[in-house]
Design a binder for this molecule. Structure first.
Ligand code: AMP
Ligand code: MG
Length: 349
């Protein structure tokens, strides 16, 4: 299959989005930018179209997809009931980086929900994403547009690396803003539960609906005995080719420990690298340093994290050492992704 790349930002956006929307209407696959990461879109109500997403990504068929909508009316066709807490969350955070889990209607095929009776729905705020969904006239199922097991794509070039030849079209809208996937909140129970942290933090959600729980799997490694709340949670997450270790503790202790570890490796001729911040970059001896962002602006760390991990995958680095980040607010989402990438391998100093 030839993958057509349609570059936006040239005054021809409307025509290109209309062309991509026709591909979705015909059951094809279009990657498009959202405010979180690039999504791989297909008609969410069309079982065979959704099946193509799984094939292109190499995604296990019981890992459900998120249906993206452009307006609230589209939710009526997907959600069998909309609890009061969901209305409050939607009023506060839609359009935006928040996915809600509802009981599904019969219109939603099991091929989209991975066999579940619930459906995940999000209304993105990115203009291209919304224009595409509106033009397609159907909810658009869109997981991240990466090969399963690789970091989510934050640029069209990342999508191309993974999916060239496997999808019909890539809408290139430049780098995304946030850089981490949406917050997922299950609103089907009595208390809303965060299944995946993201830009919308627990504090932000609690300010709107009162108590919000966090699923156990968000903070630590999944319990092999417990059935996962989100089927995606049971799959091995992205892990870099190199062995990634997070070093946590007082700032100077962390820097000293990472310097000791990289000295050892480099003396033995083993290629290694460090994930640091703008604030600490001058304090490392390792030659392969990647500053992921500034501690003063955690949004820069979220924005760059997946790109940095992809860069390491292109090198022959054997060991990566990363600083750790404050777990509050956006930091919870950053550390959730970093810990999964490290396989929960953490050194406390
Ligand atoms: P992705 O868009 O690639 O980040 O993947 C979508 C995520 O949403 C996966 O982790 C899924 O497990 C989760 N998800 C989608 N639908 C549901 C659902 N009905 N219940 C729980 N989690 C879901
Ligand atoms: Mg994904």
């Amino acid at each position: 299959m030839i993958t057509e790349v349609l570059c936006l930002m040239d005054g021809q956006e409307a025509e290109k989005i209309a062309r991509a929307a026709r591909i979705i209407q015909k059951g094809g696959l279009v990657a498009f930018p959202t405010e979180t990461v690039y999504g791989l879109g297909a008609d969410a109500l069309h079982e065979e179209a959704a099946a193509k997403i799984y094939a292109a990504k190499g995604r296990p068929s019981d890992n459900p997809l998120i249906a993206h909508i452009a307006d609230r009316e589209q939710l009526d066709g997907l959600a069998a009931s909309v609890p009061a807490c969901a209305v409050k969350l939607m009023d506060a955070f839609w359009p935006g980086p928040l996915t809600l889990i509802f009981q599904k209607t019969e219109a939603v095929p099991y091929g989209t929900t991975g066999g579940l009776d619930t459906v995940a729905v999000r209304m993105p705020s990115h203009e291209t994403a919304r224009a595409l969904i509106r033009a397609a006239g159907v909810p658009v199922a869109a997981p991240s547009a990466n090969t399963s097991g690789r970091p989510s794509p934050t640029t069209a070039a990342h999508v191309w690396e993974d999916l060239n030849g496997k999808i019909n079209c890539i809408l290139d809208g430049g780098p995304v803003g946030i850089g981490l996937e949406s917050t997922i909140i299950d609103v089907t129970g009595e208390v809303p539960v965060i299944l995946r942290p993201g830009y919308i933090s627990r504090e932000m959600a609690e300010a709107v609906v009162g108590i919000v729980d966090i699923d156990r799997a968000v903070e630590g490694p999944p319990d092999p005995q417990a059935a996962p709340k989100a089927p995606g949670m049971k799959y091995r997450h992205y892990a870099p080719k190199a062995e990634l270790t997070i070093v946590t503790g007082g700032q100077q202790d962390v820097i000293d420990q990472i310097n000791r570890l990289t000295d050892e490796k480099e003396e033995a001729g083993i290629p290694c690298g460090v994930i640091c911040t703008e604030e600490s970059r001058d304090q490392y001896r390792c030659r392969n340093l990647k500053a992921v962002g500034s501690r003063l602006r955690p949004e820069t760390i979220a924005h760059n994290l997946y790109g940095v991990l992809r860069e390491f995958d292109e090198e022959d680095t054997a060991f990566i050492y990363s600083e750790s980040f404050e777990e509050g607010q956006l930091g919870q989402a950053i550390m959730n992704r970093l810990k999964k990438a490290a396989g929960y391998h953490i050194i406390q100093v």
